[in-house]
Design a protein around this ligand. Structure first.
Ligand code: ZN
Length: 461
């Protein structure tokens, strides 16, 4: 079982600097051979998969996903969230701890492990909370969370404001060899801001969330990483100043890192003024703009464009792209944040922050980074495989012989449109439905098992 011969694909494994057209053999869920040996070693009756014209790479990892279970299963479940991951080409996700109850104790970690095993279709890694109840007041039992199997700690959705408490968290994290992931938001500066503070927030009459509200905490994290030696990873970077701070800190050798989400390197705050304003101004520099026959349209104050941190200016978007290209930002992810329609269908001020992303993020990354020739395919894949695996010490992210046969098969040039009816997530709060996209996962293999294949309506599990 779980044996397969993939023939004639372009095999890209950035961890081993491999980029070649070859056969790839999976035996019993592990990578058995790549290249000339593969077909020779294959049992005669093995199932074959014709990968000609397709790319095979290590299974994509998304280290920032809200699966909403336990407690918020109207938005998403482990079953639906991992099904969405499989459709998006992801073989591993790291779920965030802001569930109900939050993942601040070993029991909840065990519960999620169990549900993921019985209902998940991709690997689920778990991040634990830094503070009890993600309240930012008292440390969670970090050692016991580590023993229960968490791969990182974060209070994502919230941000510890007390710098001394954050320092202690970093010291514990270092002791237990855990990465601290941080949602960077200074509450005093941001207060009740709902969108980027700038020209558009003034014109739309919405309260601003200034870039400095993120940059302030990125700077704090750099200082604490330097002081404690703990690895701090800044989540969903949105502001030009954050990129500049991390770039300079990395040059000094500080153990700091960052990630970017597709909405922040594709859209800008002009989108909240409606599609006409967006396409007339910032939309022009999106890849494919000129090729789009019918430009996607949406009204002003559309809550699908409300996320935290918010969409920022065109200058910030460009800085995020530059940071990705020069390696300042080494990880790409979605911040997949499902919400029910009834929660989002309210005034902009009252809607919850966040959008889904697992099913569309790889296409957007290919469009904005590969098809624009900003990054090679191998460098782009690395940000979804080798880089997150290294950051969190996951035994994933490579196609080395003996490794788990977690493989993403995709067509980098396929043009497609994402329809609501195609989504496996329980929620549809995403602005990219109806957009012409380029680049598409066509099969997702976890431990050699096809957990999703295009053309098949139902996951083959
Ligand atoms: Zn967050």
């Amino acid at each position: 079982m779980n044996s397969l011969l993939l023939t004639g694909g372009r095999v890209i494994d950035p961890a081993r600097r491999l980029d070649t057209t070859a056969d790839l053999l999976i035996l019993d869920g592990k990578i058995a051979a790549i290249g000339a040996d593969a077909a020779q070693q294959a049992p005669r009756d093995i199932e074959k998969f014709d990968a000609k014209g397709l790319v095979l790479c290590p299974g994509l990892i998304d280290l920032h996903v809200h699966l909403r279970e336990p407690g918020q299963t109207a938005k998403e479940t482990i079953a639906t969230g991992t099904a969405a991951a499989a459709r998006g080409g992801f073989t591993s996700v790291v779920c965030m701890p802001n569930t109900a109850p939050s993942i601040d104790n070993a029991g909840t970690v065990a519960l999620i492990h169990e549900r993921a095993k019985s209902q998940g279709v991709v690997n689920v890694f778990i991040s634990g909370a830094i503070t009890k109840g993600i309240a930012g007041e008292e440390l969670a039992p970090i050692g016991s969370l580590k023993r229960a199997g968490v791969v990182a700690i974060t209070d994502d959705g919230h941000c510890i404001q007390n710098n001394e408490l954050m320092r202690r968290a970093c010291e514990y994290a270092k002791m237990f060899d855990l990465t601290v992931m941080d949602h960077c938001q200074d509450y005093a500066l941001v207060t009740t801001g709902v969108m980027h503070e700038g020209n558009w927030s003034t014109r739309l009459g919405l309260q601003g969330w200034p870039a400095a509200g993120e940059e302030m905490i990125v700077a704090r994290n750099i200082l604490l990483a330097e002081l404690t030696g703990a690895r701090i990873h800044c989540q969903h970077l949105s502001a030009a100043g954050s990129v500049e701070l991390i770039r300079a800190a990395k040059k000094r050798g500080v153990p700091i890192s960052g990630e970017a989400c597709p909405h922040h390197y594709t859209l800008t705050d002009a989108a909240i003024a409606g599609s006409e304003k967006f396409w007339a101004e910032d939309g022009k520099s999106i890849f494919g703009f000129s090729a789009m026959k019918e430009l996607p349209s949406w009204p002003s104050y559309d809550t699908s464009f409300k996320m935290n941190p918010p969409l920022r200016s065109a200058r910030d978007r460009e800085a995020i792209l530059e940071g990705i290209v020069d390696g300042t930002i080494e990880v790409l992810c979605s911040d997949h944040a499902p919400h029910c329609d009834f929660e989002k269908e309210v005034e902009f001020d009252y809607a919850p922050f966040g959008i889904t992303g697992l099913e569309v993020e790889f296409a957007l990354a290919l469009m904005q980074l590969y098809h624009t020739k900003r990054l090679s395919l191998a460098d782009l894949i690395a940000k979804y495989t080798a880089a997150p695996a290294k950051l969190l010490n996951l035994a994933k992210g490579t196609l080395a012989v003996g490794a788990d046969a977690d493989i993403t098969v995709f067509d980098p040039d396929r043009e497609w449109i994402w329809q609501r009816s195609d989504t496996a997530s329980k929620s549809q709060n995403n602005p990219f439905y109806g957009w012409p996209l380029k680049g598409k996962p066509v099969a997702t293999l976890v431990g050699g098992k096809k957990v999703w294949v295009e053309q098949e309506a139902v996951a083959a599990v």
